[in-house]
Each structure stands twice: as C-alpha cells, then as structure tokens.
Design a protein around this ligand. Structure first.
Ligand SMILES: C=CC1=C(C)c2cc3[nH]c(cc4nc(cc5[nH]c(cc1n2)c(C)c5CCC(=O)O)C(CCC(=O)O)=C4C)c(C)c3C=C
Ligand SMILES: [Fe+2]
Ligand SMILES: [Fe+2]
Length: 318
C-alpha cells in the first residue's frame, strides 16, 4: 500500500530537449509563460511573447545552446549525476526533475507517489531563494497536490545558502582552483539577476547573494578590494539587479585590471548561463576591453563536496 521510505526530488530550472529552434521555442514558451518568471500584465505579455519573443529569440538562443551541447544539455546531464551520487548516500530513492522541460517536475512527483512513497522531500537546486525560481517550484508543488487524492507527506526546502557544508564546498572549490592556476587580481562572484521591481516588491534574493559571497570571501580570507558581487543574464528592457557582470568586466578591462577569475555560486550546475554567457561572452568582453587573463571557476556540479553539502541539507530536513 505504501513504501515507508521517503524519496528525494532535486529540481532545477530546465532546458530545451534539443539545441534546435523548435525545441528552444517550446521550452521558452513554457518558461516565460510562468507568472513567477515574468510579472508583466498577462494580456500584454501573452501577445509580446507570441508576436515578438517566440518568433525571434529561439533561433538565436538555439545556436548558443548548440555551442555548449554535449550528449545532452549540460544542466540535465549534471542533474542526472547529482541524483545518482546523492542516492549513493542514503537508503532512499533520489530523482531529478525540471521546472520547465523534461523530466517534468509534476510527472516525477506522480511517479514517486504512484510507487507508494509516502514522504517526498523536494530540494530546489537554487542556493538562494527567489520567488522567480524556488517560488515557482512551490507553485508547481501546490498545483500537483490538488491533483492527488492521497497526498504524501511533503517537505519543501526553501534554500540552503547558509548551510556551512555548502559554503565550505564553494570556498574549497575556489581555493583548489587558485592553488592550481594561481590567483587573479580580482575574484568576481556573478549571480543570475532578477528585475529590480521584484526586489522592490519584497524578493530578498539580492541580499542572499551578497551574504553568500561575503561568507565565502571570509572563508577564503579575501580583502574587500579583492572581490565583488555582480548580476548577469538580464532579459528585457527593465532595470535588473546591479552592478551588471558584463559592464563591470568591461570597466575593469578598460581600467587596467589584468586578470579576473569568475565564480557563479548561484548555479548548482553549469549551464547556458555559465558556460556560454560567462565563459564565452563575458570572457570576450573582458579581453576585448584590455584584460589579459580570464578564468571561469566551474560550478560545483556533481563534485563530491557538493554531494556532501546536498546530503547535509537533506539530512537537516528529513
Ligand atoms: C524574466 C526572465 C527571467 C528571470 C526572472 C530569471 C531568473 C532566474 N533564472 C535562473 C537560472 C537560470 N536561468 C537560465 C536561463 C534563462 N533565464 C531566462 C530568463 C529569466 N531568468 C531565460 C529567457 C533563459 C533561457 C536562455 C535565454 O533565452 O536567454 C538558466 C540556464 C538553463 C539552461 O538550459 O542551461 C538557469 C540555470 C535563476 C537562478 C534566476 C533567479 C534567481
Ligand atoms: Fe534565468
Ligand atoms: Fe543568458
């Protein structure tokens, strides 16, 4: 009747099924239709999305995806590795799911509940809560609950940037990188942005990013002038959290900063926004503006120290 063991579901943002215009269009349609992601007036956005964004953006973005594609999209390959590695740590089922695209979050929840798991622990893989990411997972969970006659016990992890195991894992990865490659003049912590209007309405995501970076810098013993926090991945004409990553790298290059290392601790897996936007586009911006050396420090992905941290987060909530 029921399996008494809990199951863990790791949830990340999502990605297209293929690096093609059609697949990117399907993905962006689902993603950008979520009112948690784009908080524009619904009727206006319905038409802007269909008449401007979806006819134009997918072709360009599909090329960017093609440039980072492996056997699959990196974010999905990493999710699979993370789930496998974490499953090795407990006597319980661990699955991964995506908020947009596949494997769909609600389908994975159905499967686990149908197998009789009577407690599901949902861990969104965003270290810093934002309504636009973790909030969207909560919405999807609430929608799913309404479809189930028998609702399992549910635990939703809000976020985990304060967990010492996660802070140690990020600090150690930076330390190891600097031991291998030497130290750059500047260490830039780049986080995905959100529109300033979301912050004005009460989303404290930006503060959580600043606190995270400060705690990591403290572990590394960095002086204030050695590091900085910026925000990347702007979308649309609104003002987003600043300072912006690209503008900062351009300014540094022009001002004579010779070497930078960039780390993106808001991304639990490498993806389009780190591999292409940071290690591709922003590298070019810095070098073009006069910088001499640019290095991207990879996300924690399925590193054992990351799995240690995720294990600690799960154990703290089970
Ligand atoms: C209004 C739009 C967007 C908000 C708000 C937003 C917040 C947000 N996103 C992430 C993490 C990721 N975003 C990724 C891609 C991506 N993000 C947006 C838009 C918003 N994000 C778009 C349109 C895209 C797709 C690419 C593009 O068309 O430019 C990804 C990468 C996924 C992949 O397939 O590799 C991640 C991860 C966070 C953490 C966040 C708020 C805190
Ligand atoms: Fe995004
Ligand atoms: Fe981007």
């Amino acid at each position: 009747m029921s399996v008494t063991k809990p199951a863990v579901v790791l949830v990340n943002l999502g990605t297209p099924d293929a690096p093609t215009t059609a697949a990117v269009r399907r993905y962006l349609k689902q993603f950008l239709s979520d009112p948690r992601v784009v908080e524009a007036p619904r009727l206006i956005w319905f038409w802007v999305l269909r008449l401007i964004i979806l006819p134009l953006r997918p072709r360009r973005v599909a090329k960017l995806y093609a440039s980072i594609w492996q056997q699959d999209s990196p974010i999905r390959l990493v999710a699979q590795q993370q789930a496998e590695a974490l499953a090795g740590r407990f006597d319980c089922t661990v699955r991964y799911a995506m908020s947009y695209g596949s494997p769909g979050f609600e389908a994975v929840l159905d499967e686990l509940a149908d197998q009789g798991h009577d407690h599901l622990l949902i861990l969104p893989l965003y270290p810093q809560y934002s309504g636009s990411t973790n909030g969207a997972v909560a919405d999807a969970l609430a929608r799913w609950v309404r479809t189930r006659r028998e609702v399992p016990g549910l635990t939703l992890v809000k976020d985990y940037w304060q967990n010492p195991a996660w802070l140690d894992a990020v600090a150690d990865s930076i330390r190891r990188f600097r031991e291998q490659h030497g130290e750059a003049e500047k260490l830039l912590f780049s986080f995905h942005g959100i529109p300033v209007s979301y912050q004005d309405k009460g989303d404290h995501y930006g503060e959580r990013c600043h606190h995270s970076a400060a705690l990591i810098a403290e572990r590394l013993g960095l002086r204030a002038e050695q590091w900085m926090v910026t925000f990347q991945s702007r979308f649309g004409p609104q003002e987003w959290l600043n300072p912006y990553t690209d503008k900062t790298l351009e300014k540094w290059g022009k001002e004579g900063v010779r070497s930078v290392q960039v780390v993106c601790p808001g991304f639990s897996a490498d993806c389009l926004e780190t591999l292409e936007e940071i290690d591709g586009e922003n590298r070019e911006v810095f070098l073009h503006a006069g910088g001499e050396s640019f290095a991207y420090i990879p996300a924690l992905n399925a590193e054992p120290s990351h799995i240690d941290a995720l294990e600690a987060v799960v154990r703290a909530h089970l």
